[in-house]
Write a protein that binds this ligand. Sequence first.
Ligand SMILES: [Zn+2]
Length: 236
Amino acid sequence: MEHKASLWRDCLHFFYPDCCLCCGQRLIGTEKILCADCLGRLTYTGYENHERNPLNMRMKTKIPIRGASALLHFNKEGVIQKLLHVLKYQKQSEVGLFLGRLAGLRLIGQTPFCEADFLVPVPIHPKKLRKRGYNQSMLIAQGMNEILRKEISGDLLIKQERTQSQTKKSREARWANIQGSFCLNPEFLHEQRFHQQHFLLIDDVVTTGATSASCCQELLKIPGSQVSFFAIAHPE
Ligand SMILES: [Zn+2]
């Protein structure tokens, strides 16, 4: 049933691009991407107001970051799950910008996030980039930047080829494998303009935290750097 419903939504969206990407209802007035009902069903974490939020507390046990936050709770079958699916698999780049703008509005004046000098999207592998047409985290960063007005650095980090499939591994082995799959672009290590700067790493969803921890670790190799982390969705 769900598959049929989503096919119906996709068809509707093809013929009527002004439909809600979640429920398929016609958008009215100033509505964009989501209708008012679906927009109202997004559940905000409010983490940006709490230094001791669960994401920050968990990440700080792994890595010396300044702060971590996520915009929304990730609920299975929820509005955000549908939106992120559309963003990743249906070439709807506008969804990334939309989510980024929502995030940017939440982070105005919120330390340490608003103090960052650079927004750094988590990179995806070049093969995936060619297939998808964009890096969804870069779109989120661009949407955030319409509000926050920082610099975006999309080439500081490099996603390397993963040597083995992740699926049959234990949690620990998966973590270790991800740890090695991002590296700092060596071209920029000695570039003075990146020294003594605060980087805000941006991702779409944070699950185990292995990806974000690995990226933060790499960014912390830049002399004098500080790192914070922000994701659109956190499953908790
Ligand atoms: Zn809707």
